[in-house]
Each structure stands twice: as C-alpha cells, then as structure tokens.
Design a protein around this ligand. Structure first.
Ligand SMILES: C[C@H](O)[C@@H](O)[C@@H](O)C(=O)CO
Ligand SMILES: [Mn+2]
Length: 596
C-alpha cells in the first residue's frame, strides 16, 4: 500500500535554546554551549525515535538562541510554519523566564535546565517552571541528577530517559490531533464504549468523530467500488496464507458447506479492502471515477459495530479486524491500522495510545475470566506453575486481535515480542500467519458466518494492558496493568480453552503484583477492570502511558508502575503529596487540552 494514511505531515519537535539576554559578554560566552545542547537533543531524538511510518522524527531548532521576547516570538512563528507540536526548551544558564518561555496554547512543553555550577541553568529551570505553573501552561521539567561540566555535550542517561519519554508521548498527542475516529456502524449490543462520545474525542484528543452506516460496505461491494485487481491478489493471498480450521464449532445444521465457506472468504476479503478504504481513502478509486470514496475519512483509528444486525445477516468482521490490526497482509509487511471490534471506541483509543507510543500492533481482547489456582485445579486436576502460579486472566475475543499477538516475532534473545513493522522479517510474518487457524464463526453468535482467528499467544512476552473509561461527572480515566503473557501446561490450556469459545484467540495474562489494593492479587486486577475490553501492547509501557495521560489531562485510576518512573508536568507536584490523587486534582484543574 503506497496510499498516504493521513492528511498533513508528521508533527515536528521544536528545540528552543534559551540564553541570558545580556549582550556584551554574558550572552556571547554562552552561545556555543547553548546551541550545542540543542544539537545534542536533536541528535538523540532523531537517532532514537521514529514516526509510525518508520521515518526518523524531525526536529527544528529556533533560528537563534532565545534571549529576549522578540526571539521567542520569532521562534513561535517558525514553529507554527514548520508544524511543531512538541517543544523542548534547553539552557545551561539563567534566562528571563516569562520572556523566553513557550507560551503557545497547544504545544506540549518540556524544559531541560543543565545541571552545572558555572552558570545557573537549574535556577532558570525552577523559575520558568514556576512561570508555567502560574500561567496554566503545564511543562515537564528535566534536571539531571549529577553535576556536569560546562563544555560537555553528552546527555546523561537520566536526562535522556526523560527527554525520550516526554518526546514520545508528546508526539503521540500531536499526531492524533486533527485526525478522525471512524465508526462503521454504531452501538454494538449496548456496549457503552461504543456509544461514541464526540465531546471526549474533540476536547481531550483534538480528534473528530466520523460515522458511516455499515450499509456503505454493501453498497461498495454491490457497485464494485473497490480495486478489483487488489481484491484478486488479496483473495489469493488469503487462500495461500490463512488456513481454514475444521468446523468443530457449529452443530450440524449450522455448518456451512464448502461453497458457503468460499463465499464467506470472498466477502470478508472484499470487506477488508473496503474498510481500509473507508479509513484512509485510496487513490485507485479516483482513477475508477469514485472521487468521493477515494478520499476516505482521515481515520487514525476506527471501529466496526458488527453485532448484531450485520453479523446476524452477513459474515462477521473478524478477518477484517484481525488483518487490519496486524502488521502484514497481501501488500507485504506494513504498519497496522487501529480497528476496534464492537466499535468500542474507548478501547480503540487505548489501542491508539499504545500504538502511537510503540509503533507496534495492539491486541484487542475481552477481559474474560480470572482463573484462580484453586479453580484451575478443580477443573483440570493440575496445579498452576511458574508465573501463572497465583492465577491468570484469560484474554479472548472473536475479532480484532492482531495476528502479531501470536507472539511469533522474536527479540534479540529469541523471546516473543511484537515489533514495529520495519523490524519484522518475512519469516516472522509467516510464523504469525502459520500460528493462526481461521475457524468457522460460531453461528449461534454470528448467524451470518465468517471466520474467527484462533491462536495461542506465546508466553513470556512483557506486555501492558490498558483501558480508557468514561465516568459521568468525572470524565475519562485510564487504567494500566503491566505484566506478562504466560505459557500453561498444554493439557491445562486445552481444558480451559475448550470450556470457552474455542474458536477464538487466547492470551494468558499475568499482571505484576504490588502492594496497591488493585494489584494485591490477580483476582483484584480482573475485579477492578473498568469494562469488558482491554488493549494489550507489547512491552512495559505503563510509564509512557502515564506521561501521555497527563499531557491529555486524563487521570490514571489504576496502575502498577513504580513511583520512580512516574513522569508528569512539574506543576502536578503542587496538587498534593500523593501522586495519584494529585493527578486527579491537576487534571480537573487544567481540564481537557482542547476545551472550548
Ligand atoms: C459473541 C459475543 O457476543 C461476544 O462478542 C461478546 O461476549 C463480547 O465480545 C462482548 O464484548
Ligand atoms: Mn468483546
């Protein structure tokens, strides 16, 4: 796919080297050191961070150091023209706070004050952060732990960590702004997450909500509004790469025959092309005379209602959702699309957060069952072992789980992982496909048929389960559980899997337990989860999510991240000594980032 996914360019990071404005000695003596700090930050960010398409992030440095207000204004003007969404102010010295600070309303802001004793960079940091607090423009402070020497251009590890955490989350904020969430269909079986709340998307994320009726898919199929050549290619690819499982799901009178199943494959492949075109458009459609359809909806995330009207009558959306959420298809290895099952827009948002922070595919799942060790022993006669010995959570859903979630990509030690598409090998993509069987849909649930992916996630993958909930009177809250996927004794897995929807993909998840009441045992994590779904991202990204949530003014109601790794704007410290309740007060005080 060569189609550009979204309108506009990727947001840039603007670096603001601020300086003591006194010309005639002081300023001149600091010019080189100050500019060098800016250059070091650019080199760290551009060599480490990538946009979702795999290109290196772009930074812009102000045309000059910023000592007086006219230079601040010139920098702001340049950054607006360049599409800067995130700013990092750097300085080794004293500067004039309110003159040099970034006063733009919507940039995400950080200030790095060099920890040296020759000049008072840290004093400026404190002064300008006080200015940010006083003016209601939250900024992240960066102050290295150890004193450095004036001439050094090296960035210490603790400063690097903060710069990267800030920049990654800031870019996520700036990337989603101006994009759309596309609902295909509406509310699914009364699931509150699929009652799409436009105020939330507009006020908190700066996004627009678009909606199309599912009948649009049928119209495009009927009127031939899809790329016919690509369809043939996609169908041949599906036949060659998506192995069909034996129908041990349906009772005899509900099993489809081979002709019926073949028709379902044609339908779901066509539907996949069309859903993608609805999200991002397709220039091929313009060549075919369908200019409007070629435009798409500028959707960085979408959801498909499916149940019930569609799935009662047509093949379900599981193939479409699973393939679009994966990092590969008939076009080769490519970045995943974010497509929530059951149009659960709140879980779609959690997926979008995880995706923008990691550039990797996200597993969408029902948070279905907590299995205590006692219950497992009762039904299997076996004791749980290893990481699972205190019980585990069964993540399972027909539908959107990315095939990357099979865990068949490897990190450098051969352990299961999910990688950005540019690091995935052909062999790994094939391994994910080979690990997946496409089971005929359960026609008591899905009368129209279709196919659901079935795989078992390899154990030992560090991951983070995340969920966004809306609470009336409070607003959005985020919950985060870091943990690992686990392997069970195959005999135990088989018994537990067969008790449930055995035609769906399974991930066995064990959260990391802590002293907090939400994480005192595995049961509590399940019991305190705020909705039926969770989004699972590879890696322990809880700290990044906490930083992102604070930028968006979304409080975090539950997490198991070490307090040393919590990084929020410095003014959050003014809201009380308990970090989590301070987060609530700060988010409430500032309100959503894009409030009107
Ligand atoms: C088939 C069923 O309706 C499932 O799809 C249902 O349990 C859910 O996934 C609810 O989130
Ligand atoms: Mn579900």
């Amino acid at each position: 796919m060569t189609t550009k996914r979204f309108q506009g360019q990727w947001p840039k990071i603007g670096i603001r080297p601020t300086i003591d404005g006194r010309m005639g000695g002081v300023r001149e003596s600091l010019e080189t050191q100050t500019m060098n700090m800016a250059k070091s930050v650019v080199s760290l960010l551009t060599s480490t961070l990538k946009y979702p398409d795999g290109s290196s992030v772009e930074c812009v440095i102000a045309d000059s150091t910023i000592g007086r207000v006219a230079e601040s204004a010139a920098c702001a003007e340049k950054f607006r023209k360049e599409g800067v969404g995130v700013t990092i102010t750097v300085t080794p010295c004293w500067c004039y706070g309110s003159e040099t600070m970034d006063m733009e309303q919507h940039t995400v802001k950080a200030v790095w004050g060099f920890n040296g004793t020759e000049r008072p960079g840290a004093v400026y940091l404190a002064a300008v952060l006080a200015g940010h607090a006083q003016k209601g423009l939250p900024a992240f402070g960066i102050y290295g732990r150890d004193v450095q020497d004036a001439g050094t251009t090296e960035i210490p590890a603790d400063v690097k960590e903060k710069l990267l955490r800030f920049a990654k989350a800031g870019l996520a904020v700036a990337t989603m702004r101006g994009k759309s969430y596309l609902s295909i269909g509406a509310v699914c079986m009364g699931i509150a997450g699929s009652i799409v709340n436009t105020d939330f998307f507009e006020d908190y994320l700066g996004m627009r909500c678009e909606g199309v009726d599912e009948v649009e898919i049928i119209r495009r199929m009927t009127e031939g509004i899809y790329d016919k050549d690509e369809y043939q290619k996609a169908l041949a690819w599906a036949k060659a790469n998506c192995k069909e499982g034996e129908d041990n799901i349906n009772r005899a009178d509900l099993k489809k025959d081979q002709a019926g199943r073949d028709k379902d494959w044609e339908f779901i492949v066509k539907m996949t092309l069309i859903v993608r075109d609805l999200m991002i458009g397709n220039p091929k459609l313009k060549e075919m005379g369908f200019g409007e359809e070629a435009l798409g909806h500028n959707a960085i995330a979408a959801g498909f209602q499916g149940q019930r009207q569609w799935t009662d009558f047509y093949a379900n959306g599981d193939f479409t959702e699973a393939i679009l959420n994966s990092s590969f298809d008939w076009t080769g290895i490519r970045s995943p699309y974010i497509l929530a099952t059951e149009n659960d827009a709140l879980n779609g948002t959690a997926m979008l957060f995880g995706y923008l922070l990691t550039n990797t595919a996200q597993i969408f799942a029902d948070v279905r069952t907590y299995w205590s060790p006692e219950a497992v022993e009762r039904v299997t006669g076996k004791k749980l072992e290893g990481l699972a010995s205190a019980g585990m959570i069964h993540l399972i859903n027909s539908g959107a789980a990315t095939l990357d979630g099979s865990g068949c990509q490897n990190d450098k030690d051969g352990k299961p992982t999910m990688k950005p598409f540019w690091n995935i090998t052909e062999a790994e993509a094939k391994a994910c496909l080979d690990a997946t069987t496409w089971m005929p849909a359960n026609r008591e649930y899905f009368r129209g048929g279709g196919f659901s992916s079935k795989f078992l996630t390899r154990g030992g993958m560090p991951c983070t389960m995340v969920r966004l909930n809306l609470v009336k009177g409070l607003g959005p809250v985020l919950q985060i559980a870091e943990g690992w996927t686990v392997d069970l004794d195959p005999a135990v897995h088989k018994i537990l899997d067969e008790r449930t929807d055995k035609g769906w993909p399974t991930t066995w998840f064990v959260p990391r337990l802590t002293d907090d009441s939400n994480f005192k045992d595995v049961y509590s994590v399940m019991n305190n989860w705020g909705a039926n779904h969770g989004s699972i991202s590879c890696g322990h990204i809880g700290a990044d999510l906490i930083t992102l949530a604070s930028m968006l003014r979304i409080p975090v109601c539950m997490h198991n991240v070490s307090s040393d790794d919590i990084y929020r704007p410095s003014s959050w410290n003014a809201f009380g000594m308990d970090k989590e309740s301070a987060d609530y007060r700060a988010c409430q005080t500032y309100g959503p980032l894009y409030k009107k």
